[in-house]
Ligand binder design. Structure first.
Ligand code: DC
Length: 226
């Protein structure tokens, strides 16, 4: 099976690019962030805040997170309910970051993620795909951009969805989330040694798409020749 791992901080264009790249290459797209968001939603629905002063393992024992595909589109189900839209709020982002620092939550999702890559050609994005989830991925990409650029993209996305947000709040959340994701003890966001860095600062979508297509094609060709 071919696997493409794309890691990087929030807002570098990972999801949009990954979805389109998976479509182009005919691979399934696995958005692991959505899985953490679904777990975060479960905890916030139970009244927890980002301190997570609750019995995490007992709650996980009564939680299911499934990924299903409808017309190539990933949908995320929490306890059997499609929560793909509910997980996209700024609050859900902060809860996702909080739960993702907890080892039982990471262990809970790891198995599902690896099984998807075992059974399908896949493009998986997240923070630890090249370092932890798929250390033998065919191609590893570390996708990044400056914090300003990433916050501006996220801000525009939220405004387009009709949400009322201030740029400064989006920027501050982004910096805070980067810090949490890079400094947690378990599976922190970092570049895998054998990952290729793609910096999308100032690039239009089409330019980033072309850059990543080239990296993936080269990576697959090198793998085939080995
Ligand atoms: O990519 P995203 O913004 O949807 O991710 C939501 C949160 O989940 C983010 O704060 C980091 C965390 N995450 C993670 O720890 N590991 C992954 N493989 C994917 C996401």
């Amino acid at each position: 099976m071919i696997s493409v791992a794309i890691d990087g901080p929030a807002g570098a264009g990972k999801s949009t690019l990954s979805r389109k790249l998976a479509e182009k290459f005919g691979f399934i797209y696995v958005d692991t962030g959505a899985m953490y968001r679904a777990v975060g939603l479960k905890f916030s629905r139970l009244g927890a805040d980002t301190q997570l002063n609750c019995d995490i393992e007992s709650i996980l024992a009564e939680t299911t997170v499934d990924i299903r595909f409808a017309e190539g589109e990933q949908r995320v189900f929490l306890d059997g309910q499609d929560v793909s839209d509910d997980i996209r709020t700024p609050e859900a982002s902060m809860m996702a970051s909080a739960v993702s620092a907890k080892p039982p939550v990471r262990a809970f999702l790891l198995d599902t993620q690896r099984k998807l890559a075992e059974n399908n050609n896949c493009l998986m994005d997240g923070r630890d795909i090249g370092t932890v989830v798929l250390p033998n991925a065919t191609v590893k990409i570390y996708l990044t951009a400056t914090a300003e650029d990433r916050a501006m993209r996220r801000y525009k996305e939220l405004i387009e969805k009709g949400q009322i947000v201030e740029f400064k709040d989006v920027f501050d959340d982004m910096v805070k989330r980067d810090y949490n994701d890079m400094h947690r003890d378990i599976a922190p966001l970092k570049q895998a040694e054998d990952a290729i860095v793609a910096d999308t600062t100032g690039l239009e979508f089409e330019q980033s798409f072309a850059l990543l297509t080239e990296i993936i094609n080269k990576g697959i060709a090198v793998n085939e020749n080995n």
